[in-house]
Design a protein around this ligand. Structure first.
Ligand code: SF4
Ligand code: FES
Length: 267
């Protein structure tokens, strides 16, 4: 019997990891009151399969060895779930990929020799705390103003499945609920509008019977808080939907506007 052999020619395969050399231009700002500026950092030995945040970890390791101040940036789950990571990368919130957060962005989206600009999300309602970290507590205050339903959780709760909900409504409520509160919509909008975020939070309840009881108060209070925080108005440019890592649809803004109108007429 002839010996079995593979047709794959290993001599042609490049087993070397293709390390990338990059120039990072990063916004450095000591604190909220200090003036910030772009500082240049050359970096070498970056593998294409690293995540963007791992690349920043390597930079910070190098800065620690040199005794320099590390670059502050937000992160937590590194799985696209928590909404903590941010960053404006080469002029786009969460960078050049679509439907991913910065923690899910990989260095293969860049080329060896590239220069990458890294800035914080910029909006009046998201003041810079340090370097690339911004204060997004304005989103928390909007949520606290109405992003909930009041239910008795003292042991008498009804099983959710006892209330029949049309599949179409359940699916759209679920889609709205996938908003992770990252703020990319605000950072992408020329008006720093938070309408996509707020409309997702309003919609996820407005579509379900459990959310209808407090629907009027919810939309009025959340929109009032959004305005009080200093977010701008929506002028339908749609940049928020394009840059949203969770694909939250503009149809939520239309729904929130209808909810708001109906609540205002009732009031
Ligand atoms: S709507 Fe999208 S971009 Fe805006 S906070 Fe939610 S997930 Fe982030
Ligand atoms: S670190 Fe949690 S979504 Fe990026």
């Amino acid at each position: 019997m002839a010996p079995c052999h593979s047709t794959f020619d290993f001599r042609l395969y490049d087993f070397q990891t293709k390390n990338m050399k990059l120039t990072l231009k990063i916004w450095r700002q000591k604190n909220a009151a200090a003036e910030g500026k772009i500082v240049e950092y050359p970096i070498d030995g970056i593998e294409p399969d690293m995540s963007f945040l791992e690349m920043l970890d390597i930079l910070n390791d190098e800065l620690i060895v040199k005794g320099e101040d590390t670059v502050a940036f937000d992160h937590d789950c590194r799985e696209g779930i928590c909404g903590m990571c941010s960053l404006y990368i080469n002029g786009e919130a969460h960078g050049p990929d679509r439907l991913v957060t910065t923690c899910q962005l990989h260095m293969r989206k860049f080329k060896d020799g590239d220069t990458i600009f890294i800035e914080p999300f910029r909006a009046k309602a998201f003041p810079v705390i340090k370097d690339l970290v911004v204060d997004r507590s304005s989103f928390d205050r909007i949520q606290q103003s109405g992003g909930f339903i009041s239910v008795n959780t003292s042991g008498n709760t009804i099983d959710a499945n006892t209330i029949p909900i049309p599949k179409h409504d359940a699916d759209r409520a679920f889609d709205a609920a996938t908003c992770i509160g990252c703020g990319a919509c605000v950072a992408s909008c020329k008006n720093s509008s938070a309408m996509l975020f707020v409309s997702a939070k309003v919609s996820q309840f407005a579509l379900l019977p459990q959310g209808k009881v407090e629907a009027a108060d919810r939309v009025l209070n959340m929109v009032a808080q959004m305005d009080a925080e200093g977010f701008g108005n929506c002028t339908n440019t749609g940049a928020c939907e394009v840059e949203c890592p969770k694909g939250i649809s503009l149809e939520n803004i239309a729904r929130m506007n209808r909810e708001y109108l109906s609540a205002s007429l009732k009031g």
